[in-house]
Design a protein around this ligand. Sequence first.
Ligand code: HAM
Length: 421
Amino acid sequence: MLQTPRGTNDLLPAEQAAWDYVSDHFRAICAAYGYGEIRTPVFEDTRLFQRTVGEGTDIVEKEMYTFFDRGGDSLTLRPEGTAPVVRAYLEHGMHRLPQPVKLSYIASIFRYDRPQAGRLRQHHQFGVEALGESAATVDAEVIALLLHLYRNVGLTGLSLQLNSIGDAACRPQYIEELSAYYRSHTHALCENCRNRLERNPLRLLDCKEDSCQPFIHAAPHTLGSLCAACDAHFDTLKRSLEAMDIDYTLNHTLVRGLDYYTRTVFEVWPEAVGRQSALGGGGRYDGLARHIGKRDVPGIGFGTGIERIILNLERQGLASAADVPFGVYVATLGDNAARYGIGLVNDLRQRGIRALMTYKSRSLKAQLRQAGNLGAHYAVIVGDDELEQGKALLRDLNSSTQELVDDSDLAPTLERLRAGN
Ligand code: HAM
């Protein structure tokens, strides 16, 4: 028996309602903040991710689905959404549009990770990227949008973790300090960290090993090494968040798992679970575009896992926040009534009403049971007697009350009931 590949899921119709619920909120909020939706290909030139996400990161070193196509080109299934959006911005000359250009996406993302609850090999992200503006007020807007999404879908108990990791002017000095500190503890570090010390020292702060935690906490902070420009940027961000009453926790160990970040980095954690399963994260990446094209384009954005949002809604008991859509079941008895039923169901569907029926002859009891199982709100019951009178029984399946309705009144009555539902 063949099954879905490890770390991937089928999305079944019963789960679709929750996806639609969160996606509708995401799209409505993006529209309110002026973000237009973009779709990029599922695979890209492998170099796009090597140059931006970074050679020394887990994503590029261990997690990419990379393959040669039949023409011999190296392609990679999108392991994150930011680099493709920046590529599209450059490729389509979006620097000629009013800046910042604000783009949003709903995308499948592929990472060869160890599957567990909330960690998949194919997951999906809502993301936004604001390109072409370096002001920290844009950073604040992006963070506000993310928190607005969580609040509107009903998530609570979240904490915003915030840090600034400097830029090309001040980061080298900080990396020096960090490396010097770690070099004095090399003997006590895990093997991975000894590696990171040589290849990508900032990642030292991201180690999950228990034995390395004391070093992370005692390590020098990026915030202590910011140049004046980065310091002023971070200050404006904090003041803008405060102006919107957004609480944050300064977290000097937050560096994120991708190399392209400059200045602002942030994550949102469910308080009970913490960093291992961040709901969303992002930051500024003013140096990224340079690695793709010949242009400097400042940018800031976030990605948030759709499966993780739904998982957290379930943990909060909110999974049923998505209502079952209004539905009518047409139950018929006898051949003539069955033919009438086919016509009525067709008419209701043309009016956009979810209309259901049985496809073979069944008892009324069995049909009403099926109506309940399918989540119908009303049943229309038609037998030969009703048909002769030009009427049908309209039954409210919640209250089990029913009334006789003229055939010509049925569809308009159901439209009214749907509108009031
Ligand atoms: P990221 O932190 O790697 O950032 O991923 C963003 C979110 O995607 C995570 O917070 C998490 O909710 C979800 N996620 C990541 N990996 C998995 C997984 N294996 N299974 C399930 N969910 C997962 C980025 O990808 C950046 N592109 C975000 C960004 C946008 N930065 C700037 N702009």
